[in-house]
Design a protein around this ligand. Structure first.
Ligand code: SF4
Length: 563
């Protein structure tokens, strides 16, 4: 899936001691639960369970108690709370329709199985790691595996009894589920072609590694007000959706200091979507982890903890403004002034997914390919790993667009690799529909879902390929199963928000609220909700075909769909 927001979230015990409020010159927001203001009394159930015990501690209980005694032995505060600190969410019970999602108690929606998310920082995988992921899927996850739009892999049907063996298998090859979910520093997005792309401004890989080493699984940062999403990319394609992360480092060239990163904070979708704001600061590679530490420290100490839907960093950034945020970062956390720096340039290409065959700067090639809406499976991932190895590659990448890439392919092996991928229905030259459509997990597994998404996305792609074979414009169609934003509907050309709608017979059926004209990049903005425009699931292909046909007929020279 795209990343699932936390339906009901957890809270902590051994909070690190923030600096005394007296030492700070800040505006008081009474009652927001900010630690920096001395508000340590939990103001909601999530803050309470995080205070009761650090989510990281649940691992020991899983291994020593729950895996031995089974699902029914799990403490409810662990089950629907702290399990997330290790990448586990309960899965939706089969057969409960979307109309009941908001009505039933959370426990009535719980299957006795889990979704498990594997974090893949920077999207980097070796062949051995991909094979381990594939084996876990086949052995423990009923062959499920989705590529998410945060470069993770997500399983379903996981039993608590199998978690010790799963961790053993994944960790043996250097993979982890630590803080893949929860109120934590989640996976660090990274350019999937970091270190190899010919046009790269700067390779952010050392910064991703340093952030991972210092902040992931660190109890000082394991009780944040909410999730904390981060991205680092030195690609001129702007390939990690930096605009919608809590913190992002975007490659730029400073006129005096050379390549480094432009700092963005406070992006996020879901409730009150906001694009990140530039602090106007240039950060050299070796200072990225320090600046990350400062920003996550501000979030931990000053972030709002009273209401879950106001707890993301974007609300603090909106209240403070960028000047105050930068000042607090410099004065209280970094203890030095950041260098002013330039904004990123317009993305150097229309697609940001790296699909297709591209030359690396060492003369070899990378090959990006597109499954449909990120849905793969364990068997297929094993085949991809074998195919990469057979073509001399030991490195693969996941992308923030639910795609994958094989790196380091010699020129004379490219054609054979492309043929092998295409034979697996993994398109290296996909239609714009397959390339540009993403879907979240949806009602198949997600407890918050109202409608189905993955299968609908797949059939929509197939229908549009049949109906509009000549359509060649870049296009994004993002499908969510509920009002949350896991598949980034607000920033898609066509965003489809799952809800129940009334069909022509007056029946309530699965359908979508349509948003049109969202975008990322320099023209970033949120799509307009088309007032009153809702489509039923069965009417979706006809509707999208009509929109695209009209666009083709009426567009001006050079006009893109989003303009
Ligand atoms: Fe996220 Fe909603 Fe989709 Fe679930 S149904 S994955 S919460 S957008």
């Amino acid at each position: 899936m795209a990343t699932t927001p936390d339906p009901v979230e957890p809270q902590e015990a051994s909070a690190p001691a923030p600096r005394p409020a007296a030492a700070r010159k800040v505006t008081r927001h009474r009652g927001e639960g900010q630690w920096a203001m001395g508000h340590f009394t939990p103001l909601n159930a999530n803050e309470q369970f995080k205070k009761d015990d650090d989510g990281l501690n649940v691992r020991t209980r899983i291994e020593t108690i729950y895996a031995k005694r089974g699902f029914d032995s799990i403490d409810p505060a662990d089950l629907r709370g702290r399990m997330r600190w290790w990448g586990l969410y309960t899965q939706r019970k089969e057969g409960i329709d979307g109309g009941k999602t908001a009505i039933l108690d959370p426990h009535e929606l719980d299957a006795e199985y889990f979704m498990l998310r594997v974090r893949i920082d920077g999207g980097r995988l070796t062949v051995a790691q991909l094979k381990a992921i594939a084996e876990v899927s086949e052995q423990y996850g009923r062959n499920t595996a989705d590529l998410t739009d945060r470069q993770n892999v997500q399983y379903h049907w996981i039993r608590i009894e199998d978690m010790p063996a799963i961790w053993q298998k994944l960790e043996a090859v250097g993979l982890s589920t630590t803080e893949a979910c929860g109120d934590t520093p989640r996976v660090i997005l990274g350019s999937p072609v970091a270190g190899i792309a010919e046009d790269e401004i700067i390779d952010g890989t050392p910064a991703v590694d340093e952030i991972q080493r210092r902040f992931i699984g660190n109890p000082e940062f394991s009780n944040l007000p909410r999730k904390f999403k981060s991205a680092v990319s030195g690609s001129p394609l702007l390939d990690v959706a930096h605009e919608i992360n809590d913190i992002a480092f975007v490659g730029v060239v400073h006129p005096e200091h050379g390549p480094g990163f432009d700092l963005w904070v406070g992006g996020g979708l879901s409730t009150n979507p906001k694009l990140g704001v530039r602090l106007g600061a240039w950060v050299p590679l070796e200072e990225v982890a320090d600046v990350y530490g400062g920003v996550i420290g501000i979030f931990r100490d000053y972030g709002y903890r009273r209401l879950r839907n106001r707890a993301r960093l974007k609300f603090l950034v909106a209240d403070w403004g960028k000047d105050k945020f930068r000042q607090v970062l410099e004065d209280e956390y970094l203890k030095y002034k950041l260098v002013d720096g330039p904004a990123p340039k317009e993305p150097s290409g229309t697609w940001r997914d790296h699909v297709g065959v591209h030359r690396q700067r060492d003369g070899r090639f990378y090959v990006g390919f597109a499954p449909r809406v990120g849905r793969v499976d364990g068997k297929l991932l094993g085949q991809i790993a074998d195919l990469a190895a057979a073509h001399g590659s030991d490195r693969l990448r996941t992308t923030a667009e639910q795609k994958m890439i094989v790196l380091d392919v010699a020129e004379d092996r490219v054609e054979s690799l492309v043929a092998g991928l295409e034979a697996l229905d993994l398109r290296v030259t996909p239609s714009p529909f397959r390339r540009g459509t993403m879907a979240c997990t949806g009602i198949e597994y997600c407890k918050l879902a109202i409608v189905e998404t993955k299968e609908r996305g797949r059939t929509l792609i197939d229908e549009l390929e049949k109906r509009l074979p000549e359509f060649a414009e870049p296009l994004t169609i993002n499908i969510n199963g509920c009002p949350n934003a896991c598949a980034r509907i607000q920033v898609a050309d066509i965003g489809l928000k799952g809800q129940l709608v009334t069909d022509e017979n007056g029946e309530q059926v699965e359908g979508y609220q349509v948003h049109l004209g969202g975008a990322l990049g320099l023209e970033a903005g949120f799509g307009r909700k088309v007032r009153g425009l809702k489509v039923t699931k069965d009417g979706l292909p006809d509707y999208v075909e009509r929109v695209l046909t009209r666009f083709q007929a009426e567009r001006a020279e050079g006009e893109r769909f989003a303009q």
